[in-house]
Design a binder for this molecule. Structure first.
Ligand SMILES: C[S@@+](CC[C@H](N)C(=O)[O-])C[C@H]1O[C@@H](n2cnc3c(N)ncnc32)[C@H](O)[C@@H]1O
Length: 389
């Protein structure tokens, strides 16, 4: 049977219908070739189909997306408007301060050919392939159909881009047919499109290797569909630029488990340290988490002095373990504990710090805006209550 044309504006819980105009913008001429929407195995029972959308010239490299039609429609403007990419973003793309080079036992990687100051943007990348995570993980399409759709998505890209995507494939892969799923899993970055999880593939950004004590982090700029790699600390010429694939703060065993899908043995300074040193690092990391949990239990917060003590201990351990990016969450958490114990001046100070860090690590459009707003509201209510007393 013929799939219903998606211009019927199939409703999806992901975007409220008020955000949609009918017919969907994705029905127009923006995409080339015409989007292809194979029928999911469950028909359209559990939602719209995943379709392949390609815009072959965007950002000088093209982009293919496999997702729900309303989500693709939501990207056309302004996120995928080439004329709205700020000049600074274009400049980083041809930066002379980095190169992609072969590195011992970890394939290619990003290497600084100039120096970077702390928090300086190193690279800006635009995705060439975006795939809805549940399309890959779910079973609405058979493995064969998924492969076919992914092949079409890559095949629609301009030849040079396609070759570069193919160049990301691992040569030692067991089942060669699964190369693109493997590339997405090992080189893809998790991003959100209208609140739905997707994997995004970048040509150069996907070459950044892992380090448990990273010198860089990346942030996603949804309104420009761009990924920025940013220096966590000063980086010298010749240094490899690496970020952590594992959440910071994990212990050795936890890191091993999350890094397993990438199929490499982590040799970073932390993982290859002698067992005794690793044990010290692990116990500090466990303790940081324990403090976090204690601060979450209002009943355990006997006094402001107790909160002060726990905050001081956590800050010291975070510094020792070089986990500063984690402060973005810890500051907000400290603030909650101070609100709980009615120490509102300190609460305000930590909310402010958390806000500043979110801006740095998540960018202006960071995903936690709502939670931070709620925290500010909570503080203001507590301040009003205190005034009334
Ligand atoms: C996102 S890619 C990074 C680019 C990759 N080196 C390449 O040549 O395409 C991830 C893969 O790089 C390798 N890799 C990344 N970090 C590594 C590390 N610290 N040690 C060893 N291999 C690493 C692993 O093979 C991993 O699956």
């Amino acid at each position: 049977s013929k799939p219903p044309h998606y211009s019927t504006c199939l409703t999806t819980p992901l975007l409220s219908p008020s955000n949609l105009t009918c017919p969907l913008e994705s029905d127009g001429t923006f995409w080339y070739p015409t989007p292809w929407c194979p029928i999911p195995s469950d028909g359209y029972e559990s939602g719209p189909p995943d379709c392949i959308f390609t815009t072959p010239h965007i950002r000088n490299q093209g982009l293919s997306i496999i997702t729900f039609p309303p989500l693709a429609a939501s990207l056309i403007s302004p996120a995928l408007d080439d004329s709205l990419v700020p000049p600074s973003f274009r400049r980083y793309n041809s930066s002379e301060k980095w190169t992609i080079a072969p590195l011992p036992s970890r394939g290619l990687g990003l290497v600084a050919t100039g120096s970077f100051k702390q928090h300086e943007t190193i690279m800006v990348g635009f995705p060439v392939l975006i795939v809805r995570l549940d399309f890959i993980n779910g079973d609405r399409y058979s493995a064969k159909n998924k492969r076919k759709m992914l092949d079409v998505a890559v095949g629609n890209l301009p030849e040079q881009t396609r070759r570069q995507v193919e160049g990301l494939a691992r040569s030692n892969l067991g089942n060669k047919k699964d190369w693109i799923v493997d590339v997405l899993r090992t080189n893809g970055f998790g991003i959100e499109v209208a609140g739905e999880a997707h994997l995004a593939l970048f040509l150069e950004g996907s070459r950044v290797n892992h380090n448990c004590r990273p010198n860089a982090f990346w942030r996603w700029v949804p309104s420009k569909m761009a990924m920025e790699v940013v220096a966590l600390r000063g980086i010298g010429r010749g240094e490899e630029v690496a970020h952590s694939y594992a959440p910071l703060g994990y212990t050795h065993e936890q890191r091993k488990a999350v890094l397993q899908p990438w199929g490499f043995q982590c040799q970073c300074t932390l993982c290859s340290a002698p067992a005794s040193k690793r044990k010290v690092a692990d116990s500090r990391r466990d303790r940081i988490l324990e403090i976090y949990q204690t601060l979450s239990k209002a009943a355990d917060l006997e006094s402001v002095e107790r909160v002060d003590q726990l905050v001081r201990e956590a800050l010291l351990l975070i510094e020792k373990e070089e986990l500063q990016p984690q402060l973005v969450e810890y500051y907000a958490h400290f603030a909650r504990a101070y609100i709980e114990t009615n120490e509102l001046k300190k609460a305000r100070e930590y909310i402010q710090r958390s806000d500043e860090m979110w801006l740095l690590y998540g960018g202006e459009e960071h995903e936690n805006i709502e939670e931070m707003l709620e925290l500010w509201k909570l503080l203001e209510e507590a301040e009003m209550d205190k005034e009334d007393d």
